[in-house]
Design a protein around this ligand. Structure first.
Ligand SMILES: [Fe+2]
Ligand SMILES: [Fe+2]
Length: 194
């Protein structure tokens, strides 16, 4: 087991006690969640990248929550919620990336180089797809569902299509704003492309 996978499971089991959590973890282990990349070309585009990204986002989110709400932060949001939101926000990327090979000339010799392509078996969107998958196992609170659903912020395809729901959601659920920032910080400050 990789260090990141071990760390993910440790945080998840310690912080999440909700009914169905064990079934969700079983599903993650059966999927390619722990081995797939976080993206094809951008951040953490290597094997195991999605699991590493999820942990980076968890650390950023917890730090931002503490900075925003101070020592009584747990009165605003539970550690269980923080964990469910952060570790699972990109579960929509499981079973999506496929490894393919292309011919590349290296020092005058043709070689086969692996690269990732996208083949989504459940094309249900992004944040909304994560909520859908998680809710099949664990009942999310409204606040958790909002944070996961809108974690892409202004990059969300629905927002780019003209939806106003994002800013309504951010006014009503401030934790969602903080979570979007945590995802961006992990992506651009903690992770690199290869
Ligand atoms: Fe995402
Ligand atoms: Fe993410």
């Amino acid at each position: 087991m990789t260090d990141a996978k071990q760390k993910f499971i440790e945080i998840f089991k310690k912080n999440v006690k909700r009914e169905g959590a064990d079934k969700l973890l079983e599903w993650l282990e059966k999927s390619d969640f722990f081995t797939c990349p976080a993206s094809t070309k951008f951040h953490s585009n290597h094997e195991g990248g999605l699991c590493e990204h999820s942990i980076n986002v968890y650390n950023r989110f917890l730090a931002l929550i503490k900075a925003e709400f101070g020592k009584d932060w747990e009165k605003k949001i539970s550690l269980e919620s923080i964990t469910l939101i952060a570790l699972l926000h990109d579960v929509c990327k499981a079973n999506v990336y496929k490894m393919e090979y292309k011919n590349v000339k290296v020092d005058g010799v043709w070689t086969q180089q692996p690269y990732y392509t996208v083949d989504d078996e459940l094309p249900y969107g992004h944040g909304e797809k994560s909520v859908y998958i998680i809710n099949g196992f664990v009942r999310l609170t409204r606040e958790e569902a909002m944070a996961i659903n809108w974690h892409m912020g202004g990059f969300d395809a629905r927002v780019r299509g003209g939806s106003y729901s994002l800013s309504d959601a951010y006014y009503k659920y401030p934790v969602s704003v903080i979570f979007h920032v945590a995802d961006i910080m992990a992506t651009y400050l903690d992770e690199t492309t290869e």
